[in-house]
Design a protein around this ligand. Structure first.
Ligand SMILES: [Zn+2]
Ligand SMILES: [Zn+2]
Length: 99
């Protein structure tokens, strides 16, 4: 058995194969991208991408404070949501959401 593929995170990366990708913010060259860009304008390197789309480590979670959130698929109670829903319809628990 060949076991040379270690890990489930085999995200495909696209190489800058002479395509001359440069970051539109810092003008640095970009070696790899997690997606294949349609054009070489408005690309951002990882650092600037992070600045542009900051990923907050402490993801805010909203508590089901007697709001009676229930999952529209499994009918289970939802304790927390990563966003504050406007209504109680069409909510999904994290299990059903990740399905
Ligand atoms: Zn940059
Ligand atoms: Zn559910």
């Amino acid at each position: 058995m060949d076991n040379n593929n270690s890990g489930e995170s085999n995200r495909q990366m696209y190489d800058n194969n002479g395509k001359g990708w440069t970051c539109c913010d810092c003008q640095g060259s970009i070696d790899k991208l997690p997606f294949e860009p349609h054009s070489d304008s408005n690309l951002r390197c990882f650092d600037c991408h992070k600045k542009f789309y900051p990923v907050s480590k402490d993801r805010r979670m909203y508590d089901n404070d007697g709001k009676g959130w229930t999952c529209c698929e499994c009918g289970g109670n939802i304790d927390k949501l990563p966003f504050n829903p406007r209504g109680t319809d069409n909510l999904r628990c994290s299990d059903c959401f990740n399905r």
